[in-house]
Design a protein around this ligand. Sequence first.
Ligand SMILES: C[S@@+](CC[C@H](N)C(=O)[O-])C[C@H]1O[C@@H](n2cnc3c(N)ncnc32)[C@H](O)[C@@H]1O
Length: 338
Amino acid sequence: MPSLEQALRAAYRNREGLLIQLHDQATDCYRLFHGSQEGAPGLTVDRYGPQLLVQSFHQTLERDALLALHEQVCASLGGHLSLVYNDRSQGNSRIDRNDPVYRADATALEDQVGREWGINYRVRARHSGQDPLLFLDLRNVRGWVKTNSAGKSVLNLFAYTCGVGLCAAAGGAREVCNLDFAESNLAVGRENGALNPDLAPMQFVQSDYFPAIRQLAGLPVPQRRGRQLPEYPRLAPKQFDLVLLDPPAWSKSAFGTVDLLRDYQSLLKPALLATADGGVLICCNNLAKVHLEDWREQVLRCATKAGRPVRHWQALSPAADFPSADGQPPLKVLVLQL
Ligand SMILES: C[S@@+](CC[C@H](N)C(=O)[O-])C[C@H]1O[C@@H](n2cnc3c(N)ncnc32)[C@H](O)[C@@H]1O
């Protein structure tokens, strides 16, 4: 087993070419060390603009090892990054000792701006969620959307902080609608819009997925027997030219359950119906235990059954900062041409 210092050095060497490309594309948010594949399971090191975010998921990184890692990464990149360390190894806890190394200094904890594909994003290394407001493994998907949105109407489902929506706006979409049930996530999406004042304004719909997508697809919103549903925004049926479906692995609400393992179809079918004929649906599945080939068969079968057969499909993989030895990265993405 190589030392952490050796593993970090090899990881940096493997990324040198990619980092040059990313910097040329005005991107300063990327993964520098993907421990599960690069020799230290449970450890990740990410750059988010001026911040270096180190996270441990299995065991705490000791102070000296953390400081050495910080120094090594800054030396490789040739510049200082503010260190934030989130230890999630014990019941998702963060170390908050009096030691400033673990506490992180005030500037490191400030809201910062990171860049990707020339777009500004709010980044926050420590907050209640696990991700500092931008999922780095989705970068290639955002890039694809930016290149393929000109003149299109775009629907961004499970929008989170609206990164895909911003890329659509930057790519010249004529209309962008971001949908998510968490107002706090959409609020960051609005902040991201304000950080990119040259982009056309986007729409934000705060709604549970199920009633929203069923209305857009022209399907009835089923009532649950004996139980009244919470209020939800009323939407007219509408199809979009480009739809992005990137759900979490699991989530339950009064309207239904998002369950990527057992029931991808109930998410996919209404999203297919809300995609225009000749349009594109990009669908994602981030469950590591699901294999691309099995999931793809399931997706293609579901599309045929829904009367929206796929004319052409393409798989998109995360970039080389998310290496996977077996060629099966947890995040699987299919671009479906309907
Ligand atoms: C994995 S993130 C999606 C990542 C996002 N597509 C991106 O570009 O970064 C999951 C999002 O789904 C939202 N969500 C989870 N269950 C939902 C539901 N039933 N209806 C609407 N949004 C939901 C969460 O609030 C969260 O923002």
